[in-house]
Design a protein around this ligand. Structure first.
Ligand code: ZN
Length: 365
């Protein structure tokens, strides 16, 4: 993949090409008075302009996690990101060099949400092993944990943040990684080390035109990380559809979901798609957002050992089209993150879904 020229927009604020009307919600106006506009966000290398021949599909070969076979100890296919990208190339959905390669999130970027204390805690092997649910990780040298596990994830976080800028400029963006929805500012869990969704919200609000953000979290698990960080902020509306009989059982965070959709184990396509369609439409009517973050986990797929739901590959393709179509119809910029779902078939389903979005003209590559 070609390297991009150094950023022309290495500063902070996210560009927005469309004009967005100011909200009339009195509670939001009240909240706005608390915002100190004299404070400029810190400089970042994550936000840069892309070439005209590129499209807002974001991926780096540095996303994949491979080290000494340890990845085989986890029930995840942690190379799904690269395989998805390769299928998109093989099926000519994208051309070589057309996707965008992000930079890794740096400490200054992560500190916009995380505390120093939390980031320091990731130096502990025991803590990293606990968050990843791979006990042997506690025993390998710290430099390997950083370079082989945490650094690839920081590239994915960089991809989510760049995706926020690109979605606001082009109405859509897809990060082939990211979606670490169990991580909050102060704690990680469920293989989520960095709170990329919370960071996307933070970076999006740097743009004064963005006053209302919706998170549509359709991973099989409850997105307790972003819920803990933003669930009590009136500017953020969270729709979360999840199997409530599996991890994380975070009842405190559940209280802050504005539209909770609790799914029973082994829910199948028809019931699932009906629920998502009706709840999404109602949420968009009640809270028309200026930006929507779509956490498109594929662990809802049948036979997923963690999600315990029974959605087919076709059902996932239909779900993604439904969410993108609703945004496209309302001209809401959407950022999709791939989140959980690590069966061998997962990459092919994600790639087929992106191909279907192009075929239905809800995205243009
Ligand atoms: Zn999940």
């Amino acid at each position: 993949m070609e390297s991009k020229p150094e950023s022309q927009e290495q500063s902070s604020g996210l560009a927005l090409t469309s004009t967005i009307e100011s909200t009339q919600d009195p509670s939001l106006l009240e909240l706005e008075t608390l915002v100190d506009h004299s404070q400029h966000p810190p400089t970042t290398k994550l936000l840069f302009d892309i070439r005209d021949d590129q499209c807002p599909i974001i991926y780096s070969c540095k996303y994949d996690i491979k080290f000494f076979g340890l990845q085989k100890l986890h029930p995840f296919d942690v190379t799904k990101w690269g395989r998805t990208h390769q299928i998109l190339l093989d099926t000519e959905v994208i051309k070589p060099g057309q996707s965008v390669e992000p930079k890794p999130a740096e400490k200054s970027d992560l500190l916009r949400i995380h505390t120093d204390k939390y980031l320091d805690s990731l130096k502990s092997g025991i803590n990293v092993a606990a968050i990843s649910e791979v006990p042997p990780l506690a025993c390998i040298p710290r430099c390997w944990r950083n370079s082989k596990l945490l650094k690839p994830l920081r590239y994915q976080v960089g991809g989510s943040i760049l995706g926020t800028k690109l979605a606001l400029e082009r109405n859509w963006a897809i990060n082939l990684g990211g979606g670490f929805h169990h991580c909050s500012a102060e704690s990680g869990g469920g293989f989520c080390f960095y709170a990329d969704i919370s960071l996307c919200i933070k970076f999006a609000f740097d743009n004064p035109a963005i006053k209302r953000i919706m998170v549509v979290d359709l991973d099989a698990h409850q997105g307790n990380g972003h819920e803990r960080d933003w669930g009590n902020d009136k500017r953020v509306f969270i729709l979360d559809a999840f199997n409530d009989s599996i991890y994380p059982h975070d009842f405190r965070a559940q209280k802050s979901i504005r539209c909770p959709v609790l799914l029973q184990s082994f829910t199948s396509d028809r019931r699932y798609l009906e629920l998502i369609e009706s709840q999404l439409k109602a949420s968009l009517e009640n809270f028309p957002p200026h930006f929507l973050i779509y956490n498109a986990g594929t662990d809802i797929m049948e036979n997923d050992p963690l999600g315990c739901l029974s959605i087919t590959g076709d059902g996932i393709v239909e779900r993604d089209l439904l969410v993108f179509s609703q945004c496209s119809r309302r001209q809401i910029p959407i950022l999709m993150l791939t989140s959980g779902g690590y069966q061998r078939e997962t990459a092919a389903v994600i790639a087929r879904s992106i191909q279907n979005l192009v075929k239905n003209s809800v995205i243009k590559i």
